[in-house]
Design a protein around this ligand. Sequence first.
Ligand SMILES: NC(=O)c1ccc[n+]([C@@H]2O[C@H](COP(=O)([O-])OP(=O)(O)OC[C@H]3O[C@@H](n4cnc5c(N)ncnc54)[C@H](OP(=O)(O)O)[C@@H]3O)[C@@H](O)[C@H]2O)c1
Length: 336
Amino acid sequence: MSNLEALDLDYAQLGTTGLQTSELQFGTWRFGKETEEGNVEIDEERAYELLDGYEAAGGRYIDTADIYGGGASERWIGNWLEDRDRHRYTIASKIFWQTREEDPNSRGTNRKNVRQRVDGILDRLDTDYVDVLYIHRWDDQTSAREMMKTLNGLVESGKVNYLGASTLRPNAWKVAKANEIARSEGWEPFTVLQPRYNLVDREIEGDYLEMARSEGLAVCPWSPLGQGFLTGKYSREDGLTGESRAAESSRFEEGYLTEENFDLHDELDAVAEEVDATPAQTALAWLMHRDGVTAPIVGARTVDQLEENLAAAEIDLSDEQVERLTEAKGGPYAGL
Ligand SMILES: NC(=O)c1ccc[n+]([C@@H]2O[C@H](COP(=O)([O-])OP(=O)(O)OC[C@H]3O[C@@H](n4cnc5c(N)ncnc54)[C@H](OP(=O)(O)O)[C@@H]3O)[C@@H](O)[C@H]2O)c1
């Protein structure tokens, strides 16, 4: 298999947990995901090829969620793990979004939903435990006390090893407050964060990253390539190419394909050329060089994309290059 074996991804400490994460995690959001036109972004066969590719590169940290592909992502990961030593891999999954129509209790972090959803995760992954359980979003209908007590119970029962919060910037204080409650009660706190963070989406810079630092939380950014915008596949002239999933999303168009962001991309292209790398690799390398970032979650629709992205781990940027990219801020992300 190509050059993936030669990559040999490194490990990084997962915040204040005792766990080591691969320096680039692998995201499976698009496994079994249907586009608005009814096409599957990544089918089962491709999913196994991508998992094989990530493994060949030394990757051992797989990110999923119970809603990805309506459960297909977890099922396929479970199948793939069947003839492997499951303990060799770190699996993170997430719960939150409503799963049953007209059943408000099938959403969020209430005790009933959390317990049932985690059992579903273990069932589909065909495993006894999940390494990191994230709340996918913040649930304002459930008290932090109920949520943290329930999550702590899962850790105590051995179904979950660590707790994570995948939230957006405005929830920084809520995470800190929930952790305060957990610690005062001797419960397990959140130790991992999963925010959206890339060269364009910078909203976590400031109080969110400061909170992460002060709490000693690992930060594992999602959409590190701005859903493909930072790969160089879009241009001012042609805009959406129709060659990608993102091309079907108006949110993507509004969020990323702006003049300011193309200006930022010009600087990305310039730095990429200096370090003899692709824009995607350079954007990922920038993220890996950022203070407070533990391990970005790489997404890829093809094995070629995966190989290109994982090779970012070998790109070294000077302080001056990191600074130039940091300063080349695009417009604020307006798609969500
Ligand atoms: N917690 C959350 O709420 C949340 C939300 C989103 C994602 N995530 C996690 O983060 C992971 C990564 O997110 P993401 O998929 O948005 O990441 P991303 O890296 O920003 O975007 C990945 C997409 O960009 C395109 N792409 C990637 N590498 C490329 C390359 N080298 N050349 C050309 N195009 C390339 C591909 O789509 P096309 O080929 O179709 O353009 C690919 O599917 C997910 O799988 C999931 O595990 C979590």
